[in-house]
Design a protein around this ligand. Structure first.
Ligand SMILES: *Cc1c(COP(=O)(O)O)cnc(C)c1O
Length: 411
């Protein structure tokens, strides 16, 4: 953290802090793959973690560093590492820190691809237990000697369950377990997981932070709260090279980013940095649109159920109101049996039928037929996913236009 300025002011002026070339307001896009050094000792020192600098762009690039700095500021963290996608950030973080036989407790409402990579790691010797993380007791019951990590999301997709974030943070702090919070759905504008004692924060930059559906990216932020020196999976060579507080990210950069190769391109880093400048404005507007639409849907006879944390009917509404600045822009609706879900979606003219979320535009997708199709009907029922569920990622369009589109389609 460099200043005590507000959220948006800090992001807007972050690139000028490093005295950029020609007074450029944006960090330039550095496309060089490799970096030459006058004195070879500098290159040696960079390799040996004795000096900060750039050697080869797979492990670090100035344009990407500028974005990492912004995410760190937004998350009030210590430092961050950016990746090519949110999935790259998640898979590399787990790969770098977890060994064969280690145990992870994870939310059973995880993002589908996160669950999929956890399954792949399970096939390679990781032990994962999935629990309903809306109640800390379920997490506590599964902690054992080999538990190295608890992994949760803030607001689950598509049914919007909210993890017992504060109590799980206390539990992990008490037990000395790495607490990973995927903050994608709330973004650092609505919520900072450091406030619930998270050790590591994941953000898919593709979603709200980039915000325009034009670049993929991911990030992991170390809050500085976890004591890495006591963590048994840290490599001895790193312990000799770097300060104890930077051990976690050093291992994620070297063993996770370098070895997986999930590197963010400088062009994408630039697009995401520009997007991040308006995160607060976009999410204010999209959250307000979402709350108004959720109330309208809830009062509509053809809509059976609305899943949105801002509604009185939501089981964790109080938790959301306490922790988050707004209730976010993601919601799901369950249609009445009398309506065909796909026919209804085809009646929408403005709302885009598309996956992804966190775009400036409102996006809609039938859940059972697409993102939860692979699971099958039985598993969907088990997870509380109705067959006529539609997920909506509300955008920043004018509210009247969105209302008109839904009203016409429901008429
Ligand atoms: C989209 C998403 C991811 C993955 O991000 P990508 O950038 O698409 O790889 C991870 N977690 C959550 C909660 C997401 O919504």
């Amino acid at each position: 953290m460099t200043t005590k300025r507000g959220f948006t002011t800090t992001i807007l002026h972050d690139d000028r802090l490093g005295k950029p070339e020609h007074g450029s307001l944006h960090k330039p896009i550095h496309t060089s793959v490799t970096y030459g050094h006058e004195d070879v000792q500098d290159l040696v020192d960079i390799f040996q973690n004795k000096k900060k600098g750039y050697a080869y762009s797979r492990q670090g690039n100035p344009t990407v560093t500028a974005l990492e700095h912004k995410v760190t500021n937004m998350e009030k963290g210590m430092a961050s590492i950016a990746f090519s996608t949110g999935m790259a950030a998640i898979s590399a973080t787990v790969m770098a820190l977890i060994k064969h036989g280690d145990h992870i407790v994870a939310s059973s409402f995880l993002f589908g691809n996160t669950r999929s990579i956890f399954q792949t790691y399970t096939d390679m010797g990781l032990d994962v237990t999935y629990v309903d993380a809306t109640d800390v007791q379920n997490v506590r019951n599964e902690i054992k000697a080999s538990t190295k990590m608890v992994f949760v999301e803030t607001i689950a997709n598509p049914a919007t369950q909210i993890a017992d974030l504060e109590a799980i943070g206390d539990l992990c702090a008490e037990k000395g377990i790495i607490y990973v919070v995927d903050n994608t759905m709330t973004s650092p504008y609505l919520f900072n997981p450091i406030d619930v004692k998270a050790s590591l924060i994941i953000n898919s930059l593709t979603k709200y932070i980039g915000g325009h559906g034009n670049a993929l990216g991911g990030c992991v932020t170390d809050t500085g709260l976890f004591n890495w020196i006591k963590f048994p999976n840290i490599f001895e060579t790193f312990k000799k090279q770097v300060k104890p507080e930077t051990l976690g990210l050093t291992q994620i950069r070297k063993k996770g980013l370098r070895d997986s190769g999930g590197t963010l391109s400088p062009e994408a880093a630039h697009s995401i940095s520009v997007g991040a400048e308006t995160l607060a404005l976009r999410l204010e507007r999209a959250s307000n649109n979402a709350l108004a639409l959720a109330k309208y849907f809830e009062s509509h006879p053809l809509i059976k159920k609305v899943f949105y944390p801002g509604l009185e009917s939501h089981p964790q509404r109080e938790r959301a109101a306490k922790l988050f600045a707004k209730f976010g822009a993601l919601m799901s609706i369950e249609l009445d049996e009398s309506i065909d879900c796909l026919a209804f979606l085809n009646k929408l003219k403005l709302v885009v039928k598309s996956s992804n979320l966190g775009d400036t535009r409102t996006l809609s997708i039938p859940v059972a037929q697409t993102i939860f199709f692979e699971l099958g009907a039985e598993k969907r029922a088990e997870m509380g996913i109705p067959e006529s569920m539609i997920r909506l990622s509300i955008g920043i369009e004018d509210l009247d236009d969105l209302m008109d589109d839904f009203k016409t389609a429901l008429a």
